[in-house]
Every structure is written in C-alpha cells, then in structure tokens.
Design a binder for this molecule. Structure first.
Ligand SMILES: NC(=O)c1ccc[n+]([C@@H]2O[C@H](COP(=O)([O-])OP(=O)(O)OC[C@H]3O[C@@H](n4cnc5c(N)ncnc54)[C@H](OP(=O)(O)O)[C@@H]3O)[C@@H](O)[C@H]2O)c1
Length: 280
C-alpha cells in the first residue's frame, strides 16, 4: 500500500499522526481532518475495507494516509502499529486513541471476559501506544497524546460497567501523562464526548431524541484540530468534555436511557440482549 504524496504541514501542526480506531466514527473524522491540515496519518483498525475507504478519501483530497489493518488488542498489536507508522511516515508527533469496545452491564452481570476485553481495548491499548511513542516525543521536545474518553468516565452511571470504569481510568492515565511530560513539550488530553452519532452509540430516534440534538464526529474533529493547533506555551485540559447542549442528550442521560431500553429488551426476550454495536 502506498502512503501517497505528503502535503506541507504548518509549523506547529503535527506532521505525523497515528489514529487508533480510524475505520469509522470519531477516529475516521479526526483522521480526515488532520490529513486536510497536512498531517501524514496512519489509520489503524481491524476492518480493512473501511480503512481503505477512509484512506482513499484522504488521498483523493491530496492528503497522505497509511492504512494499517490490525487488532490493537492482540499481543504486540500497538507496538506493530507504531513501528509501521514510523517506518513509513516518520516519528509519531500526535497519537489519537479512539478505538473502544463496549458491552454494557451491571457489575454483577458482567462476564469476566467482557471486563478484560473492555479494559484491554479502552485502557491498556492507549497505555501501550503512549508508552511506545512517549520516549521519542520527550527526546524531540514536542508531541501530543489525545485519547477519546467518555462522559460516563466522569459520571457514575449504573449499568455503564467495565466501559465506564475503563474510561474513568483513562482520565487518570491522561492526567499522569500530562503531569509527567509537560516539561518535555508533550501535551496530553482526554477529549470526553457525550452522545455522538456513530455506529457505537444508540440511535437517537430509538431513545426519543432528535438527531439534530446529538453531536457529530465532525464536532469532535473540530475539537481535536483546535487542541493540537494551540501554541507550545498553551495547555488545555487534560480533560476536555464535549457534550450536546440539551440536558436530555448528555452522556449520563443518554447512557441511562440506553441501559433502560436494553433492560426492557432483555426482560421481553428472557435473555440478555445487546445492541448491534456491543461486542464481547
Ligand atoms: N459515539 C458516542 O456517543 C461516544 C460517546 C462517548 C465516547 N465515545 C468514544 O469515542 C470513541 C470512538 O467511538 P465511535 O463512537 O467513533 O465508534 P466507532 O465508529 O465504533 O469507532 C470505534 C473504532 O475503534 C476501532 N476498534 C475497536 N476495537 C479495535 C481493536 N481491537 N483494534 C483496532 N481497532 C479497534 C474500530 O475499528 P474496527 O472495528 O475496524 O477495528 C473503530 O474504528 C470511542 O473511544 C468511544 O468510547 C463515543
């Protein structure tokens, strides 16, 4: 696969970005936006056709995209993603962690294997990716670690289970990276969205919410673009919450209704049901 020609990046904007979870949703939108601003972007995810499609769109617009199809939860996956990016595009100046697994359940109903998987994808993968890129960023005196968290990482929502726990811990991981690296030119932020219209979230109509009231992936791309375009003297966060304006569409309200609807389906069918996007 060819990476395509590299457009010029502005002085402060990251020249090379690795986006984990770039095959759809927020990660795809962020990757497109970074490429439009001149970053050479590595796109990581499991679904090769979707990655190729995002890469083709970026290249058609004159940008540089390197699709890397792999499972980040596999042993060595994060390290391989960084190695392939650095080999083809150069040192990673911006790491965006958008990949996530979600399986909602009360604690006593959470299967250990679902717990392990969500903690692995949502917390350990960002740790392993950050661990791999941070030494180079510190040595160069510049870099960004941006993780996509969740409003339910900051609010205790019954039924948010291992997903909520992993996002809560991700906030702390970002705070640690921020404090440990701020004097080395490296900035770390968790962008923590409420309800965004993607395949991972409930459909607004299913929960009686107007689709115009929820966020779009482009809203999050706007946020990430703005963050990483700040001058070196400026730090934002390390936790930045981005929520729908309407209270009934915010993260806690949306998750509470989503969990309630899931319970109703389970009661009606006599067994645990999942939404199409929940995975174990
Ligand atoms: N949508 C919302 O309402 C909402 C709200 C709060 C927070 N968030 C957060 O936003 C982030 C992006 O989610 P989204 O809404 O954009 O959903 P999405 O479209 O499902 O994006 C998730 C991405 O993660 C990738 N991924 C998952 N497991 C992976 C693995 N093992 N290896 C490699 N890639 C993997 C998926 O790619 P493959 O399937 O191709 O591997 C996909 O590109 C997540 O961190 C999520 O927790 C979303």
């Amino acid at each position: 696969m060819t990476a395509g020609p590299a457009p010029m990046s502005s002085a402060c904007f990251p020249a090379v970005a690795l986006v984990a979870g770039a095959s759809s949703g927020i990660g795809a939108a962020v990757a497109r936006r970074l490429a439009a601003r001149g970053s050479a972007v590595a796109l990581v995810g499991r679904r090769a056709p979707e990655l190729m499609s995002v890469a083709a769109g970026i290249r058609a617009d004159g940008g540089t995209a390197l699709p890397i199809g792999l499972d980040l939860s596999a042993d060595g996956g994060p390290e391989e993603a960084v190695a392939r990016t650095e080999d083809r595009l150069g040192p990673v100046e911006l790491l965006v962690c958008s990949a996530a697994a979600i399986r909602l359940a009360d604690v006593h109903e959470t299967e250990p294997r679902h717990w392990e998987r969500q903690l692995r994808v949502n917390l350990t993968v960002p740790f392993l990716l950050a661990r791999r890129v941070l030494p180079g960023m510190r040595a160069r005196g510049r870099g960004w670690i941006v993780t996509i968290g969740s409003g339910v990482g900051s609010e205790t929502v019954p039924g948010s289970g291992a997903y909520g726990v992993s996002k809560h811990a991700l906030n702390r991981l970002t705070e640690l990276i921020h404090e440990e690296n701020r004097d080395h030119g490296v900035r770390a932020v968790t962008v923590s969205p409420g309800w965004v219209a993607t395949r991972l979230a409930a459909r607004p109509a299913d929960l009686g919410v107007d689709s115009a009231e929820v966020l779009t992936p482009e809203d999050l791309a706007d946020t990430v673009e703005w963050l990483v375009d700040r001058p070196a003297r400026m730090s934002v966060g390390p936790l930045v919450r981005v929520e729908p304006a309407a209270r009934h569409a915010n993260a806690a309200a949306a998750m509470t209704r989503h969990v309630g609807a899931r319970r109703a389906r389970t009661a009606a069918h006599g067994a645990v049901t999942t939404t199409p996007r929940e995975e174990g």
